[in-house]
Write a protein that binds this ligand. Sequence first.
Ligand SMILES: [Zn+2]
Length: 393
Amino acid sequence: MSFRERVFLIRRKENISKMKNVDEAKTTVNSSSFSDDVDHHHHRHRHQMKNSKDDDLHDEESKSKSKRYSLVSFWELPEYMKDNEFVVNYYRANWPVKEALFSVFRWHNETLNVWTHLIGFILFVALTMANLMEIPQVADLISFITRSFPISGDTNVSHNSKDFFMEATNLIDLKRISSDDMDLNPGLIPVTRWPFFVFLSGSMFCLLSSSVCHLFSCHSRHLNLLLLRIDYVGITVMIITSFFPPIFYIFQCDPRWHFIYLGGITAMGMFTIITLLSPTLSTGKFRGFRALLFCSMGFFGFVPAVHALVVNWNNPQRDITLAYEAAMAVFYLTGTMFYVSRIPERWKPGWFDLAGHSHQIFHVLVVFGALAHYGATLVFLEWRDRVGCLNVV
Ligand SMILES: [Zn+2]
């Protein structure tokens, strides 16, 4: 046996005896903790008469611990969580932050509310990355999707066509046709991208804060109120930031309109945020009022939209951008209708608790609305990149 082999054997023996010691130690610990338990039990028995009240508390605590993470019905909810009585079951109430966090992978009536906006958030992160890293195949997602519709087989470009979506599918052809315009911006200096990224950031903030709000608002009254406020701020920020790309690129050569329209919407947004910071206005009773505030911010967009239409009436991109923005308006307004009316759960309370209730439909439509606006923004960008500021109106 070589010296190295001997050393190896000795070490092994040592290790084995160490492990034995640990095992022994473990058993002593176990037995001592067991005897502690027994002692504790005896101790409790001895003082049972004295401490019966304590024991009751103890029992109640352990009962509530096992009950705590089970889902409850609307009528068992603390007052601050009673928002929509047509969603009857599967509520989480007063859950610790950790339990609430992991409940993202459990079924309850907020699961799809969290995931609809979480997926939207991830989608916008991907779009932002694609634009930052200049991967046009991903960034041009919308025209890629619209192009794959069977309708795109028709390559006949007609600017008078009332079929807005057909126009959208012909985006690529338009790009080719308008290559004459290249002369307008011979240097082809790309326009600044920051207004585009302001919109992307606003959307990501809104979608993420909404997911977080739905995930953790079951924790406590205090956190619930705070998260609701962040959610409303998120919606307002998304509306304000959505105005940046169109207003900036459409009126790029006439910056005084930037101040008027972007200043106007920012002021309206500030008013909305300040108003909604009042706790009373966060309750279910004021659902319609909140929707009205957000909608009036959206409707403000009609003023620059009409202005832009008049100024750019002969622009070949007119119908495509109109189609995208009309789609956005339809998505947002339909979403708001679901939000306010609480359809379909109003018709069959309890039937749509887990899937299909109004708030989930509203969330999905918000993501679609934001994607439609993203599509419009790509057209504005591409157009302004191409023509620069030479066609000042
Ligand atoms: Zn929501």
